[in-house]
Design a protein around this ligand. Structure first.
Ligand code: FAD
Length: 331
């Protein structure tokens, strides 16, 4: 175990800048590295990585591993897996953290399988056990109704981390760090996955995962057109619209806004669930919200068991009144 040293983060970028989750990973990574008495490093993949490298050092990294390759600008699963796996083999970190994001969920199991190590996904808390120096990984189980602490005895100890469960450090431009080039030996032509086209989804307003307010609709909304009422409220609260599985399957809204076990996990300050029964698979995606408000015409709906505030009503009556009141308060 002694040959494994340091904490490595897999960085993610949007238009050359570090994403929020990457900064959160650096925040917790810094704490873990300090508790181990070791260094914190981050892997960045793509081209034009100088801004992100500076940000990473300001947010706590001692070393930035730069995998500069224009082909990595567009996320490529096989290529990113290869680069990250090779770096882990080369530098042998004690801990390797990725975000519980589309990219992290895609590559973390592949890297773990190649390295033949365990992987704890969707962690919400991480700490170093002082005696053993092992990473204690806390993750929700049973649809978010309980928390389990797990310890991997293989190295690197790998985990994916839920967005907004960790705090980033205040950026400090005076922090010093080192940038180290990484050899990128990938031949995208020979890889099984081919990137055929990249379609940028237009996002109006705030991104669902980053929203402080989420207004989510379920089967009870009844049609695509009725989602306009939810959009109005979300806009007013400067938030985003989400959905349970049913509206996505019905084609009323985009699949990309499904919340739950197989959809997105959101942790806003306020989650307003409208016409959603509260199936365990849905609740798994919103239980981390600071405040849950449910509107449902069935007083026995499961959603009321996890809601901080509940309105038993037909949403078509309750929602316009609720929106009007919000308009009045917000001015
Ligand atoms: C492996 C697996 C993974 C899954 N993953 C997910 C997931 O990630 N996300 C997810 O959401 N689901 C997921 N599901 C599906 C999940 O089990 C439920 O079927 C789904 O969440 C139900 O959606 P709903 O609450 O919108 O619909 P329903 O259960 O049909 O509930 C509709 C609710 O609307 C209320 N209602 C109806 N009309 C009105 C009205 N006018 N005003 C107010 N209330 C009204 C009803 O009282 C009811 O409570 C998964 C299922 C499986 C098996």
């Amino acid at each position: 175990m002694a040959e494994y040293k340091g904490v490595l983060i897999c960085g993610e970028l949007i238009e050359g800048r570090l994403t929020g989750i990457s900064k959160e990973l650096l925040g917790i990574g810094r704490k873990l590295a300090d508790d181990l008495g070791e260094e914190l490093s981050i892997l960045l993949m793509g081209s034009d990585l100088s801004n992100a490298a500076r940000e990473a050092i300001a947010c706590g990294a001692n070393k930035v591993y730069i995998a500069a390759q224009p082909l990595l600008d567009n996320y490529h699963c096989d290529a990113c897996t290869e680069v990250a796996t090779n770096l882990c083999r080369e530098i042998a970190p004690s801990v390797f953290l990725l975000g519980q994001t589309d990219m992290g969920r895609d590559i973390a199991p592949r890297i773990a399988a190649r390295l033949k190590v365990a992987l704890a996904v969707d962690c919400v808390e991480l700490r170093i056990e002082p005696d053993t120096k092992l990473l204690i990984q806390t993750r929700p189980v049973y649809g978010g109704n309980a928390l389990a602490e797990v310890v991997s005895v293989t190295h690197p100890q790998m985990a994916t981390v839920r967005a907004k469960s960790m705090s980033p450090l205040e950026p400090d431009e005076s922090r010093q760090g080192e940038s180290i080039p990484v050899k990128v030996e990938v031949d995208i032509e020979t890889m099984k996955i081919k990137l055929v086209e990249r379609i940028k989804q237009p996002i109006e307003g705030v991104k669902l995962e980053d929203a402080d307010a989420v207004v989510a609709g379920g089967a009870g909304i009844g049609s695509a057109g009725n989602f306009a009422m939810l959009e109005e409220l979300a806009k007013l609260l400067k938030g985003a619209v989400g959905a349970s599985r049913v509206p996505c399957q019905e084609g009323w809204v985009s699949q990309s806004i499904e919340i739950g076990q197989t959809g997105k996990i959101v942790t806003p300050n306020i989650y307003i669930a409208i016409g959603i029964s509260g199936a365990v698979q849905h609740i798994a995606g919103c239980l981390g919200s600071k405040c849950i408000v449910a509107v449902n015409k069935d007083p026995d709906a499961n959603i009321f068991k996890v809601a901080d505030f509940g309105i038993v009503a037909d949403y078509k009556e309750a929602l316009p009144a609720f929106t009007e009141k919000c308009k009045e308060i917000i001015g």
